[in-house]
Design a protein around this ligand. Sequence first.
Ligand SMILES: [Zn+2]
Ligand SMILES: [Zn+2]
Length: 147
Amino acid sequence: MDTARDIHASGLKVTAPRQRILELFHTGRDQHLTAEDVFRLLLEEHEDIGMATVYRVLMQFVEAGILARNQFENGPARFELNTGKHHDHLVCTQCGRVEEFVDPYIEKRQRVIAEQRGFALIEHTLSLYGQCRICSEQQAGAIAASS
Ligand SMILES: [Zn+2]
Ligand SMILES: [Zn+2]
């Protein structure tokens, strides 16, 4: 990962806050962070970057094509690395965890459905909402413990 190179290549000036923020998206997998998450993670690392700066940098990254912005239901915007690869999302309504998936059959069916209706498809977003495995297990554990 070379965040400086990526920032430079997108036409933005390489600054310390921009580098730190982009690094966060490269750590761990399935990173779908809110501006608040980014702010909190920076605080944990004792980085002195204000919320206004975080938000501005995130929007600059979206405009530059480095990050993609997702809106899940009524929640806050979630930002992720723009890998250029299409994927859909599973969103836990309890803990906010976001997982990615790609299913060739679903992709194909959507194209067929649009085609059958003479609809020129440009793009689609598909988000499945529910409870993630961890939240389900925790709930099952809590029920078991209380009975
Ligand atoms: Zn969950
Ligand atoms: Zn994603």
